[in-house]
Ligand binder design. Structure first.
Ligand SMILES: [Zn+2]
Ligand SMILES: [Zn+2]
Length: 340
């Protein structure tokens, strides 16, 4: 299938190609290089949204989303050299309190010890004392411009390290999933292909990669909520994302559900009782702090700010009546009155 590719240079439209060959030919002429050298940056660029830097200039390559997704699948199934890479990355909890950081944020800036690029997957191995792979994160910005890096001293246990960290290169990652299993301990990893210790980032391949990946099945931040929920938010794009960030944060969600259980706190529906096995452990988590009260540096409290609700009640909480959202209490009353 033909794949139209639009080339942007420093956010300005540069060229519209009808296929990747034409795009590569154009870029080669433009940069005075060979077509072969242009092909990979264009492919990685449109598949994973990776910018291509030449001197001071930033190039972006955009293809229709469907085509990009299909190509991405193809690359990853074939293990193509343009497919995203998977890394095992050590994280020392004595230097940086990763668990607390991820319970507050679902994106973090992380030391770029290698040339991580958009779309790469990092499995974070928590060292000293814990010695398990616990987090799966996806790189959403390979290299964060130094003026944009979110330095957050709160989570640093080691002040000297924090001061050093200002000089590092940084990558922005999004939390995809968290697991805690003895199957991902250092000794188990060694049984499945790990040689020696995990002292620095290493690229994962083969058996060890398959083994680690098999424990991270669910993607808690994608495809979990019905599309209708974000679409009914009318606060504008930025705030829609903000509120979903809290509702989708796997650690905050877990703490909220550990406290309340999986029963809807509005209508008391317990999905497993109604739907059987398929409903087991399924519940949405709603963030109840009004958007306009969220300020910079806000920390979500999983018990007072989040509440488990069934998908129906959740959808109602995100709809307005006469221009206003209903509170949990108001909605509870509606359900009660209806049952009478
Ligand atoms: Zn409900
Ligand atoms: Zn909600």
């Amino acid at each position: 299938m033909a794949c139209p590719i639009t080339i942007y240079k420093n956010d300005k439209l540069l060229f519209e190609a009808t296929n990747i060959q034409e795009a590569a030919r154009f870029l080669a002429d433009h940069l005075n290089t060979t077509k072969n050298k242009c092909y990979d940056p264009i492919e990685r660029g449109y598949v994973y949204n990776i910018p291509y830097y030449v001197n001071e200039d930033e190039y972006h390559f955009i293809a229709p989303e469907k085509i990009a997704i299909n190509r991405r699948k193809e690359l990853e199934e074939k293990g193509h050299h343009n497919a995203r890479r998977v890394w095992l990355v050590p994280a020392n909890p004595k230097e940086y309190d990763l668990a607390s950081a991820f319970s507050q944020y679902d994106t973090l800036d992380w030391k770029r010890s290698y040339h991580y690029e958009n779309g790469d997957i990092l499995f974070l191995y928590v060292s000293s004392g814990i010695q398990k792979v616990r987090y799966k994160v996806e790189v959403i910005k390979g290299l964060v411009p130094s003026s944009n890096v979110m330095h957050n001293k709160t989570f640093w246990e080691d002040e000297e390290k924090f001061n050093q960290s200002i000089e590092w290169n940084w990558t922005r990652v999004r939390l995809v999933d968290v697991v805690d299993t003895a199957e991902l301990s250092l000794s188990k990893l060694r049984e499945h292909g790990l040689k020696g210790n995990i002292q620095g980032s290493m690229k994962l391949t083969g058996e060890l990669q398959d083994y680690i990946m098999s424990f991270f099945k669910s993607d808690l931040t994608k495809g979990y909520y019905p599309d209708e929920v974000p679409k009914t938010l009318e606060e504008g794009n930025h705030k829609t994302i903000t509120v979903n960030v809290y509702e989708r944060n796997p650690i905050a969600r877990k703490q909220c559900i550990d406290h309340y259980g999986v029963q809807c706190q509005v209508c008391n529906l317990h999905l497993e009782d109604t739907y059987g096995e398929v409903g087991k452990d399924f519940i949405h988590v709603h963030h109840i702090i009004p958007l306009h009260k969220i300020q910079q540096g806000y920390f979500v409290n999983p018990i007072t700010d989040l509440i488990p609700v069934c998908p129906n009640c959740h959808a109602m909480l995100h709809r307005k009546e006469n221009g206003l959202y209903l509170s949990i209490e108001q909605l509870r009353e509606r359900v009660l009155n209806c049952k009478n």
